[in-house]
Every structure is written in structure tokens, then in C-alpha cells.
Design a protein around this ligand. Structure first.
Ligand code: HEM
Length: 400
């Protein structure tokens, strides 16, 4: 794990995953629990009712003073990702088909306008100084601007939302340090203040926006207004934090990986209709979330190991996406590849924002190859030293 966190491991974790994969489909972790490395087993665990997410009851059973009792971790157990059926089913259904075709059609125009504006800024910076940080100007901005547009949040709040999301992500890290957990706890408090105020304000003037619709739905489901607001807070807050870093990493990583594979980039320039397929390959090759975790709901056997109820398994999504037993030549980056991947998870917790992330990345990539035909990366990106949620912190580009 320390190799994965090192700058070398961050820039290319694939050899480390290959070493782990060579040890088996399921590998006991030195700190307890198991790493799941084969595509088949990861997929099976995500889809099976025998495996649950670590909800509030599981966290209580771990006792006080563990990372699971930290406020930021406890907060997560009330979000979609920390809920199990039937509560999960009820909350997820209440949102409806969040990004159905009509919503995506409505969002395409605003996402295109926001992308154009950010690319104007990138062009201005390149003209002024010959080089620009793509991640800061575009990668980090487009997801928060899109989310704020969709939910009707002020542009002045973009920086705050981004920084709270960065802090909160540490609570989802594989083995967070005490200082990382402290950052996550502070962010969790900030998120609560921010989103409870958003819901309170929105209630004063319900409109036809998506958040107003969710408020109406929860007022029908839950007669107790305080409980309805508590649920709404967890739903909206989690949708925002789940969407920002992940999509930012996808956008910047798309630029980086295409730069690293110039033949694929030339092919894409010749066939821009492959943009969506190129985005899909980035999601497979280096997904923004490298692992997620599940717990056993009963004593079971997995990959030859006896696993007791409540034991933890880490579903290594990025390693599974490179499993040669499932994917042909998994280490070659091929934008014409077809077939699935686990970049958005699977089963009942499958990402609700997958279609929006794909829309943002595809619109951006199509515009980039049209407007910046000679854009090149000038230095390898820098990465936050994390294992679960990838975060690319700088990506310098220039026109050559
Ligand atoms: C490239 C961008 C994204 C990636 C790679 C990604 C990845 C994932 C993954 C792997 C999961 C499943 C986690 C698990 O099984 O434990 C997930 C769940 C989720 N994602 Fe995303 N996500 C992205 C963007 C978004 C966006 C844009 C939104 C919202 C607009 C979003 C909202 C959610 C929510 C609410 C869940 C929890 C669903 C549930 O537990 O039922 N994500 N995402």
C-alpha cells in the first residue's frame, strides 16, 4: 500500500495490481480483511445480496475509537453508499431516474456552454504564458460548475464545495491517517452546515428545479419535516461529493492518457466520433475510484477463503479492469475497445451519475480535439497520494 501511495505508484499503479493479482483472485490484507482482484469475483460481490455496504449498524459493531466511528465516516453511513436495502432501495427510488434521456438532453447545452467558457480561459492562459494547468482551469472546474448549474447553487460557492469534497474524500481512503481523518471530520461539519442551509433556503421558494422536486417527494414520503430534511441533506450532499473529484479525475486523466498514447490520439483526431469510446477506455484503464469496500452478511467462502460475517473485502475495481482472465490485452490503452468495466461499480450501488460524467467528458474531449489540435502535456501530472479515490492535482499543458 505504501508503494501505491508513492509518486511512482500513483503515476502507474498497474504493475503493483499485477503483482497482487498474481497472488490470487482473493488476497488476505495484512491489516485484516481481503483484497478482491479478479474481475469475476469483484463483479459477483458487487451484485450479490450476501455482501453489504458498511452501514451504521456495522460501524457500531466495530466499537468506539476506530476509524469507522469518526464523524466523517459516520456521516457516510447515512448516505446512499452506506445504506443497505430496504432503506437504500427507498432512497434511491425517491430520486427517480436522475439522468434520464430528457435530463441529459437538457444538460447538454449548459455543459457545452460551460466547457466553451473554460476552454476560452485555457486558451487565454496559453496565449498569456505559453503554458497552463489543465487540471486547475478545466478539470476541477467543469464538474463543480455543472453540478452547481443543475442544483441551482451559486457560482461563488464552487471553491468551498471543491475544498469540502477534497477533505471528505479522506474518510473513504483505504487506511486514512489521523490527520487525514481530522481533515475529513472538519469537511463533514462544513458539508452539513452548507447543505442544511441549501435545503432550508430552497424550501422558502420551491421551484421546478430538481432539488425542489426531491423536497416535494420527501414531504410526501416522510410526514416528519425534520426527518425529511435530514434525508434530503444526506442525499444531496452525497450526490455533490460523489460527483466532483471523480469527474475531475476523469477529465484530466483523459487528457493525460491520450497524450501518453499519441497513436490513439491521432486516431481520435481523425475519427472524433470515437470520443465517447475513448472516455470509456479511460474509465477502464485508470478509473477515478480504484476500490470500494463491502462486508459479509453471513459466514461464507470466497475464492477458497472462509470469510466470517462482518469481515471486510476491498473490491479492487482498477485491478479488476486489468484482469487478463476477463479482458484481452488489458494493459494496452485502446480507444476502440468494446466491453464492460467496473469503473462505475456494479449492482444496486451502481453510480447514479455515470451518464452525466460521460456527457461532461465526451463534450469536453470533442471540443478539445477541435479547438486545441496541438495541445501537449509538458510534464507528468502530480497526484494526491491516495489509494481509493484518485486525485490528479496538476496537469501542465502547452500548444506545440
Ligand atoms: C467519472 C466519474 C464518476 C465515477 C468514476 C464514479 C464512480 C462511482 C462508483 C464506483 C460508485 C459505486 C461505489 C460502490 O459501489 O461502493 C458510485 C456510486 C455513486 N455515484 Fe458515482 N462516479 C462518478 C460520477 C458521479 C456523478 C457525476 C454523480 C452524481 C451526479 C455520482 C453519484 C454517485 C452516487 C450518488 C453513488 C452512490 C449510489 C448508491 O450507493 O446507490 N457519481 N460512483
Amino acid at each position: 500500500m505504501s508503494r501505491l501511495r508513492s509518486s511512482r505508484g500513483q503515476s502507474n499503479p498497474r504493475p503493483i495490481y499485477a503483482e497482487l493479482r498474481a497472488m490470487g483472485d482473493v488476497v488476505p490484507a495484512p491489516w485484516g480483511g481481503y483484497l478482491l482482484l479478479s474481475y469475476e469475483i469483484c463483479d459477483q460481490v458487487l451484485r450479490s445480496r450476501k455482501w453489504a455496504t458498511f452501514d451504521a449498524a456495522w460501524r457500531v459493531r466495530q466499537g468506539e475509537g476506530t476509524r469507522w466511528s469518526a464523524p466523517a465516516a459516520q456521516m457516510l453511513s447515512h448516505t446512499l453508499q452506506g445504506l443497505n436495502p430496504p432503506v437504500h432501495t427507498q432512497q434511491r427510488r425517491s430520486l427517480g431516474n436522475v439522468f434520464d434521456r430528457g435530463t441529459l438532453d437538457d444538460l447538454r447545452g449548459p455543459v457545452t456552454r460551460l466547457t466553451d467558457g473554460l476552454l476560452d480561459r485555457l486558451a487565454g492562459q496559453l496565449r498569456a504564458s505559453g503554458e497552463a494547468d489543465f487540471s486547475a482551469i478545466v478539470g476541477e472546474e467543469l464538474p463543480v460548475a455543472t453540478m452547481a448549474h443543475w442544483l441551482g447553487l451559486p457560482a461563488a460557492d464552487h471553491d468551498l464545495l471543491r475544498s469540502l469534497t477534497h477533505g471528505q474524500a479522506y474518510a473513504q481512503e483505504l487506511l486514512p491517517s489521523a490527520s487525514q481523518l481530522a481533515q475529513a471530520n472538519a469537511a463533514a461539519a462544513g458539508l452539513r452546515d452548507y447543505f442544511t442551509a441549501v435545503i432550508r433556503e430552497r424550501r422558502k421558494a420551491l421551484g421546478i428545479d430538481v432539488l425542489s422536486q426531491w423536497i416535494r417527494i420527501w414531504d410526501e414520503i416522510e410526514p416528519d419535516r425534520d426527518r425529511a430534511d435530514e434525508t434530503l441533506y444526506h442525499l444531496v450532499m452525497f450526490i455533490v461529493i460523489a460527483s466532483l473529484e471523480t469527474t475531475s479525475t476523469l477529465l484530466s486523466n483523459t487528457v493525460w492518457l491520450l497524450d501518453q498514447h499519441p497513436r490513439q490520439l491521432s486516431w481520435l483526431r481523425a475519427r472524433p466520433e470515437l470520443a465517447a469510446s475513448a472516455v470509456e477506455e479511460v474509465l477502464r484503464y485508470d478509473p477515478p475510484i480504484h476500490l470500494t469496500t463491502r462486508v459479509a452478511t453471513e459466514d461464507t467462502v470466497l475464492g477458497g477463503f472462509h470469510i466470517a460475517r462482518d469481515e471486510v473485502v476491498h473490491v479492487m475495481l482498477a485491478a479488476a479492469n486489468h484482469d487478463r482472465a476477463h479482458i484481452v490485452e488489458p494493459d494496452s490503452f485502446d480507444i476502440t475497445r468494446t466491453g464492460g468495466h467496473l469503473g462505475f461499480g456494479g449492482g444496486i450501488h451502481y453510480c447514479i451519475g455515470a451518464a452525466l460524467a460521460r456527457l461532461e467528458a465526451t463534450v469536453l474531449l470533442e471540443s478539445l480535439i477541435r479547438r486545441f489540435p496541438t495541445l501537449r502535456v509538458t510534464a507528468p501530472p502530480t497526484w494526491e497520494p491516495r489509494v481509493a479515490f484518485r486525485r490528479l492535482t496538476a496537469l501542465h499543458v502547452a500548444e506545440r
